[in-house]
Each structure stands twice: as C-alpha cells, then as structure tokens.
Design a binder for this molecule. Structure first.
Ligand SMILES: Cc1cc2nc3c(=O)[nH]c(=O)nc-3n(C[C@H](O)[C@H](O)[C@H](O)COP(=O)(O)OP(=O)(O)OC[C@H]3O[C@@H](n4cnc5c(N)ncnc54)[C@H](O)[C@@H]3O)c2cc1C
Length: 460
C-alpha cells in the first residue's frame, strides 16, 4: 500500500496509513533548502546543531564559486578549481541529505517542492536559487551573446573566444577576419569589466607570437555600458581609475551607449553597427523563475519581496535568501546581489529556522558590508572597503587574498594560488582548451548548442 501524506497546518509532517514495518519516521521538522550556492550552503551550515533534518536540493552536484567564473571563461582557471561537490562540502554534517534534482515549482498549499521528477514535502523551506541572465525582453539575444552565470556558459565563452582566434588564422577575407577579431562585452558592471580586461590581456599578452597570419594584439575589444559610468555604485574616483586601466590595456570603453540589437555576426549601437563574431552579455540578471511562485513576478529585478527576517509575509515557514531575495539594508536601500549578502542572508535564514523550531522569534537581517572590488587584469583592481578607496596593485593584492580565502576548500585554494603564481610569471593561461564539437561552418556553435536552441525553439 502506498504511503499517504496528510497535512495539518503547522510544521509537523504526519504519515497515515503506514504500510508494513519500515524505518521509523524521523520526528524532527524537515527543512528543505533549494540551491547549494553561497546562501544555501550558509543556511545548511547554520542548521548544523538544530534539532531538524535538512534536505538540500540543487540541479548541479557542485557548488560554484561565481566570483572566479570569468577566469574559467578566459582560461586562467579550470572548472574544477572553482567548483566543488556539494555532497563533499557537507559530508560531516550528519543532519543534511543532499539531493540532485531540478526544482520546477513550489506547491504552497501542500507544502511541497515540485521537482522535474517528483515531490519533496517540507515543514520549513529556504529558497536560494539565485538569479539568471536577463536580456531585457530580447531573449533571442541569448543565442548569440552568452551570459556568465553557469559553468556551461563560462565554457561556451571560452570556446567562442579561442575559436575566433583559430578561425582568424585561416581567414583570407580581411572584413571577415576583422569581425572574428572583434569582441564586444555588453554591460560595464564588475563582470563586464573583468571580462573585457581579461580579453585585452589574452590578445595583447597571452597569444603574442602564436599566430602567423595576423597579430592578436590587433583584436578590438569593446566594452559597452548603457549607464553613464562603469561599475555603477562605486565612488567616482574608482570608476575613473577602472576606465583608465581598461583603456591602457587597449579596451574601447563606450558608456552611455545602449545596445539596440544583437544578431549573429553583428551588434547594433545607436550610432553604428559593429561586425563582431563574439558578443558577451554581462548587462543584467533577474531573479530565478522559481521566485514567481513566491510573489516575485511584479517586483523590480524579479526578486522575491521578503520581511526583514527574510520570511515571506504570507508564509512564515518560507525564507528566501541570497540573490533571489529583495532584501534591504539599514537605510532601506536594496542590497546588491553579491556573495557577502548571500552568505550572511543564508546564515540568518538557517538560524531563524532554528529559532522558530525552538519557539523563539526570528531575528531581522543586519547586513555587514565588507566592501566591493573588481579586478582589471593582472595587477590592477579597484576596491572600496569602508572609507578606503584603493586602486592599482594594492587593490589587486587584496582582491586576490580575499578570493583565495573564500574559496571553499584547501585544495581549491592551493590549486588557484599555483595557477596564479604560474600565470604571474609566464603571463600564460593554462586552460586554453576548445572543447565541444563544432558543427557549423563558422565553427562557433557546437552540436550541443544547436540541439539546445532547436529544443527551445520547438518548445516555444
Ligand atoms: C560572473 C560573476 C562574478 C561575480 N563576482 C562577484 C564578486 O567578485 N564578488 C561578489 O561578492 N559577488 C560576485 N558575484 C555575485 C555572487 O556570486 C552572487 O551574489 C552569489 O553567488 C549569490 O549566491 P546565491 O546562493 O544567492 O545564488 P547562487 O550562487 O547563484 O546559487 C544558486 C544555486 O541554486 C541552484 N539552482 C538554480 N536553479 C535551480 C533549480 N531549478 N533547481 C535546483 N537548484 C537550482 C544553482 O545550481 C546554484 O547552485 C558574481 C557573480 C557572477 C555571475
């Protein structure tokens, strides 16, 4: 006989009509965490000593250290150096079970998480599925201009960039070669600045002397930003320093320029159309679509509105943390989608669940801002830490130390330090591999990518 679940309002899960003898039902409240990013892992760790059983569900089996993802896209680091199995991270925490599964919805009436292939009941739910690239209503641009949110996208970018140089070596038509050697990065936030700086270094330093029919240093790298400055939110002194550093590296910076259209082989700006085979999207993100089940559909940036305790107003057993939450700082300002907000928010969500289980009131979120930083190639960065505004090498050294410190394992820290030391000495990039089988004549799309596009088109 099948086991039936019956739901009383309240945090306990009751089993009725139980079949033959089986493992005793665990009486502890069941906390389900969606997402094993910074927020989800912090929430799980905060529940270490709580009298609950925790299930963490992620569609990937690894935690991804997104702040260094651009280094995978630009071949400084390999995938395994910025990712680590979630199961291994939590192996010592006996009250956590890790499940690989893609969440497609949340059934608020039945207190169940809906997976592609099943359902998981919860007493408390912590949702931390983050954000996804947003193309401002132009979803077709995503097929031409990959964003940088996942490992797959990072590898797509790596393939596109290095393949463009390879194709240029064989190209005899000067216009077509020019297009192959033109790289446009859309979006002048930290990710766009980091990508553009790395592309400039690849063309000016890494690939020097390696090609015979053209000089890689002639590659054109454009950074296009719709707003008036790069790195919105940073002090003016630092945005100016960032721009100057990029220009020194050979990046053409266009601020106050909104992209009008992106199509294969070209980008249309208000005053000109640029022939470019490689366009990268770093212009915007929106809350993960799961947020729509939790009231995010009408909010700015697709983020889920939450109380100061990170609970949903209408469902106090549900918490949202990290990039997906529209949480606010002490002056009522929207908190940015950065790792520190996610880690601190996830930790509080976990602690608040533990408090509720013990019959205590949840606490409000007080974000402690440790600063912002963005790197511009080797040696240069900008950093704002409290009242300190730093640029150049000192900022870069602090950036490097902090990123090493926050990497999730000793193994990753050692591997990244070794790679960086080697790259520092040789100016080389160890992971310049073009993987995936190209099947189009221009070679920029793989069979897998075309199959994905085809599937999406048919679904649409
Ligand atoms: C390229 C890049 C560079 C960045 N650089 C910096 C930086 O330098 N400094 C900084 O502070 N911040 C940086 N950030 C932002 C920072 O990485 C995010 O703020 C942080 O990762 C948010 O954590 P999160 O836990 O909310 O979401 P995420 O880290 O995005 O984790 C979400 C998790 O949910 C899982 N998931 C998603 N959908 C589903 C589903 N349907 N079913 C199951 N699981 C799902 C994902 O697999 C993922 O593991 C950067 C981000 C990017 C993309």
């Amino acid at each position: 006989m099948a086991t039936m679940l019956s739901r009383e309002p309240g945090p306990q899960l009751h089993l009725v009509d139980a079949p033959e003898p089986q493992a005793p039902v665990d009486p502890r409240p069941h906390v389900v965490i969606l997402g094993g990013g910074f927020a989800g892992l912090s929430a799980a760790k905060a529940l270490r000593k709580a009298p609950v059983r925790v299930t963490l569900i992620d569609k990937r089996n690894f935690h991804l250290f997104q702040p260094l993802l651009y280094q995978v896209a630009t071949a400084s680091l390999s995938p395994a150096e910025v990712a680590y199995p979630i199961r291994a991270i939590l192996r010592r925490q006996r009250n956590v079970t890790v499940l690989l599964g893609e969440v497609t919805g949340i059934d608020l009436d039945r207190w169940e998480v809906v997976l592609k292939d099943g359902r998981v009941p919860y007493d408390y739910l912590i949702v931390t599925t983050g954000t996804q690239s947003s193309y401002f209503g132009h979803d077709d641009w995503s097929q031409v201009a990959p964003g940088l949110k996942s490992m797959e996208e990072a590898l797509t970018i790596r393939r596109k960039v290095f393949r463009a140089f390879e194709l240029a070596e064989r190209e005899t038509d000067p216009d077509r070669r020019r297009a192959l050697l033109t790289f446009v990065v859309v979006g002048g936030g930290a990710t766009g600045v980091e990508l553009a700086g790395a592309l400039a270094e690849i063309s000016r330093q890494t690939l020097r002397d390696e090609f015979r029919t053209f000089d890689p240093a002639d590659a054109r790298i454009l950074l296009v930003e719709g707003g008036p400055t790069l790195l919105r939110g940073y002090p003016e002194r630092l945005t100016t320093a960032a721009r100057r550093s990029l220009e020194k590296l050979g990046v053409e910076v266009r601020t106050g320029t909104r992209v009008q259209d992106i199509a294969p082989g070209r980008v249309r700006l208000p005053d000109e159309t640029i022939a470019a085979e490689t366009v990268l999207w770093a212009a915007g993100v929106t809350g993960h679509e799961l947020g729509n089940d939790l009231g995010a559909s009408h909010s700015r940036g697709g983020r889920v509105p939450v109380l100061d305790t990170l609970q949903l107003a209408a469902h106090r057993n549900i918490f949202v943390a990290g990039d997906l939450a529209a949480s606010v700082g002490k002056n009522g300002e929207d908190l940015p989608g950065v790792a520190q907000v996610a880690m601190q928010g996830g930790k509080l969500a976990g602690k608040n669940v533990a408090r509720l289980v013990k019959g205590k009131a949840p606490k409000p979120f007080h974000y402690f801002d440790k600063g912002n930083m963005a790197t511009i190639g080797w040696n240069r960065a900008v950093a704002q830490i409290g009242p300190l505004q730093l640029s150049g090498f000192v900022a870069w050294a602090i950036w490097a130390l902090i990123h090493i410190a926050y990497l999730i394992t000793y193994r990753s820290r050692a591997a990244v330090m070794l790679q960086w030391a080697w790259a520092w000495i040789t100016r080389n990039r160890a992971a310049r591999l073009i993987t995936g089988v190209p099947s189009t004549t221009d070679g920029t799309r793989t069979r897998e990518e075309l199959a994905d596009i085809d599937t999406e088109a048919r679904a649409a």
